[in-house]
Design a protein. Structure first.
Length: 289
């Protein structure tokens, strides 16, 4: 183990484990961006097994160009420990309103998707993850793609489609929804999610997302943060989300960082800024009080 890896391990690992005991689970997004490869076990070549030495959760992307098969899911289960949990980010064709011009199937590029938010298709896409990763699927995120402002899609039609899709989802895990079209995040939409105990994914600007009514009503929260090294406000947003989840008893699955992230030091810095919150919740201190 290199001196740098040992130093980061000593500063990061105790904090990650302490927060996990309080229901705050932190992982990377994507799973192993380049700045982290030096930290992970070189013998594992940045593998999932090396990642799971530090983190107890991972974001598993499932889209048209990267949906793992049953054998891959089984291998991923074997490479992680029994306390390790998955958040599945479903961004397949059922989450796409109009196929982008970079879509893998050339014949669909630029066309409207007749299966957008199709209830049966979405349920079928979720089922393999529940089957092969059970019982360690912590949440499935439906990542609804962008809808252009010039599109003819009305809010009522979108809302009705979302409700039908949510009502068809199979049991067995918690669900969350992320939408790339903020104009449709209206009170009726938020109430439909709240009534079904469906979480809303928090993305940047995080402080604005956290301030929206009912942001943490579902009992779980999924957070996807961009580069921590680039924006101080982004780091403050992650810290405030952790504080709020801690205060409200909400389980948090937070995925931080990206390809341009500053690496492990940035995550240590973020968590070190919350050491006081952990100290106040120390069982020893609470018993003394």
């Amino acid at each position: 183990m290199t001196p740098r890896r040992e130093d980061i391990r000593e500063r990061l690992l105790p904090r990650l484990r302490a927060w996990s005991r309080h229901g705050i689970h932190i992982g990377l997004s994507p799973r192993t961006p380049p700045p982290w490869r030096e930290l992970l076990d070189p013998a594992q070549d940045g593998s999932l097994r090396g990642y799971a030495e530090f983190f107890d959760t991972a974001l598993l992307h499932a889209g048209p160009d990267c949906s793992p098969d049953a054998a891959t899911l089984a291998r991923m289960q074997k490479e992680t420990h029994e306390d390790f949990g998955w958040t599945v980010l479903l961004a397949d064709e059922h989450m796409t309103y109009r196929f982008p011009y970079g879509y893998p199937d050339r014949n669909r590029r630029g066309a409207l998707n007749p299966r957008f938010l199709d209830p049966r298709g979405t349920a079928a896409a979720v089922a393999p993850f529940l089957q092969h990763l059970a019982p360690r699927v912590r949440a499935v995120v439906l990542r609804i793609g962008p809808v252009g402002r010039t599109e003819a899609l009305r809010f009522d039609d979108f809302h009705e489609a979302v409700v039908r899709c949510l009502d068809a989802l199979p049991p067995g895990c918690r669900y969350a929804v992320e939408t790339a079209y903020p104009d449709f995040v209206l009170p009726a939409y938020r109430e439909s999610l709240r009534a079904r105990n469906i979480a809303r994914v928090l993305t940047g600007p995080l402080l604005d997302a956290l301030a929206m009514p009912g942001a943490l009503d579902a009992g779980i929260c999924v957070l996807r943060s961009a580069c921590l090294a680039a924006e101080e406000e982004e780091r403050l947003g992650v810290q405030e989300t952790i504080r709020r989840c801690l205060e409200e008893g909400t389980t948090l699955y937070a995925y931080c960082g990206g390809e341009a992230d500053g690496g492990p030091e940035e995550l240590v810095r973020l968590l070190a800024g919350l050491d006081g919150e952990l100290a106040r919740r120390s069982p020893i201190r609470q018993k003394a009080a």
